[in-house]
Design a protein around this ligand. Structure first.
Ligand SMILES: Nc1ncnc2c1ncn2[C@@H]1O[C@H](COP(=O)(O)OP(=O)(O)OP(=O)(O)O)[C@@H](O)[C@H]1O
Length: 334
């Protein structure tokens, strides 16, 4: 659905040249929810803005639904943008206009007939639970309601793609959950392809099918969210996930024995494999840290344990045979 091929974007300033995107290749499938994460300044905003050409790349191509966005003239670009909606961290609503006028705005720009606009706006406001707010102004709404208006406006022209620029970063956790549920629902019901940039790992864990990690304008890691989050390969991914976790430092644990990280996925998450195998092999274990959660709906758990007594190597082999991913950790090496 969306393909970035060798996309490069440079900025020049008095302080010197800066490469915000460095030869980025990325493929996002139709109907996917795709997350882009990275530290501040990694190039996330620049990347998402090349998809609707709010940023024009210096090199490379951006293909959306078979069309080269980078090659379009002004008229072609306007047309293409109807297929690509966007929402923002601070909503970017027109504060002097009512909610219904905000949602009507892109349809008016398109010159649609008045009766059609009225009907479409009513439909969108009802769909997003905003009907009772139609005559209000943005300042009279909460952050979550404002983001719903942003989504209604972004959907007005019936896009295939929705770009979300830190769409939940200004919202409290409960409202974030509400907006993520809504995006999830729109993805399923409309088949909408969603690209979201965020610094909130929890947002990716909750809704993204796949994720890309950016560092210094380069994609350093990409894959299915569960694969990347349970087994992060790049140091920046590892660091961002560790900050998001409880910050537990295994090296500080005052225990001897064989330390291991165990990863359970799918149904095995709920099976008592560890205690069964410990009993059968005669090892003892202490749990140093643990987390059981869902990543994009898939149950998964990760435990950091120390095996003492018995033969830890046998216990780890048995766990592996039973579908648990086992990573032995050399304490000194951490
Ligand atoms: N208009 C601009 N002019 C000059 N440099 C820019 C401009 N926009 C972005 N940059 C630089 O490009 C790099 C990438 O910026 P970008 O905003 O894409 O990163 P980001 O990952 O979205 O960061 P943040 O999470 O802080 O928003 C940064 O070094 C930034 O300073």
């Amino acid at each position: 659905m969306i393909r970035l091929e060798g996309v490069t974007r440079r900025y020049s300033s008095r302080a010197g040249d800066r490469v915000a995107l460095d030869n980025v290749d990325l493929e996002i499938g139709r109907g996917e929810i795709f997350g882009v994460v990275g530290r501040s300044g990694a190039g996330k905003s620049t990347l998402i803005r090349t998809i609707n050409r709010l940023e024009t790349p210096d090199g490379g191509r951006v293909i959306v639904d078979g069309e080269d966005i980078t090659a379009l003239d002004a008229k072609g670009l306007l047309k293409a943008r109807r297929r690509i909606g966007m929402i923002f961290q601070h909503f970017n609503l027109l504060n002097s206009k009512t909610i219904e006028a905000n949602v009507a705005f892109p349809l008016m720009l398109e010159g649609r007939p008045k009766a059609e606009i009225t009907a479409r706006v009513a439909e969108l406001l009802a769909q997003l639970g905003l009907a009772e707010h139609a005559k209000k102004y943005p300042r009279q709404l909460s952050g979550g309601q404002k983001q719903r208006v942003g989504i209604a406006r972004a959907l007005a022209c019936g896009p295939q793609v929705l770009l979300c620029d830190e769409a939940t970063s200004a919202l409290d956790p409960e409202t974030t959950e509400d907006i993520l549920n809504l995006l999830d629902q729109l993805n399923r019901e409309l088949g909408l392809t969603i690209v979201m940039i965020t610094h909130q790992m929890e947002v990716v864990r909750r809704v993204c099918d796949r994720v890309a990690v950016l560092k210094d304008g380069k994609v350093v890691e990409t894959g299915r969210t569960a694969d990347v989050f349970l087994n992060p390969a790049h140091p920046v991914t590892q660091a961002m996930l560790a900050e998001d976790d409880d910050g537990f430092d295994a090296a500080m644990a005052p225990v001897g024995g064989q330390m291991a990280r165990l990863t359970f996925r799918g149904a095995s998450t709920y099976e008592p494999e560890l205690s069964r195998i410990a009993r059968e092999t005669g090892v003892d274990y202490s749990i140093l840290s643990g987390r059981i959660s869902r990543i994009r709906g898939e149950p998964c758990g990760q435990l950091l344990v120390v095996f003492t007594g018995g033969d830890a190597t046998v216990a780890m082999a048995r766990l592996t045979e039973n579908g648990v991913a086992v990573e032995a950790i050399q304490k000194e090496a951490r």
